[in-house]
Design a protein around this ligand. Sequence first.
Ligand code: ZN
Length: 207
Amino acid sequence: MVEQAKRQIWRNGGRFYGYRINCEQVPMLGACTVRAILDDPRMIPYLVVWKSRKGNEVKQAVRLARSVPRTNLSEVESVDIKWPDGSTVRVYLVWRRQPHGGCALLLRCSRCGLPQRQLYGAGVGDDGHFYVVRRANWECRECARLRYSSEGGALVMRGGPISRLLGLRVPDESSPRPEPWLPYVFASPLDAADAGLARLAESRKRL
Ligand SMILES: [Zn+2]
């Protein structure tokens, strides 16, 4: 669910460094992804897959479908996101008029209800004693208690150990900010298989 989360807990030779999960490490669902699905007139469910950054292993997969209105009255537009365990989260959509024309799509956080450009599928929780990684039912960054990689100087790399040993003055360098963990979207599991994603049969069985 979260890449490299454990490495964030213990480092500097095992010294406790503090628990943090950066938003770039967890599955992110952007409004632009949802909008692409809404534009499909077929109204079919889509397979949304977050794969490993370094390979084709599926790390997270959900089924995303436009909700079917239950009445003819002014139904609030929404999508249903189905986890592999069968539970479904309904995310409500907000269209916001832009100053230069057109409308931008926003997604309401399932916890606080505020419209956001992106929501997250994992966050920081606690079990009463320790901080833990928990599943977030598509929540905003604040509700999921996620941080940006750049917060607290986390992206600053200092000079290497040999330079420090020799007493050389090595300037700090900024490492590139990690990209958000964006999903791949498929109209069917077979399309995902064609794309070469591993563990697909398992995902298809559970979704
Ligand atoms: Zn929220």
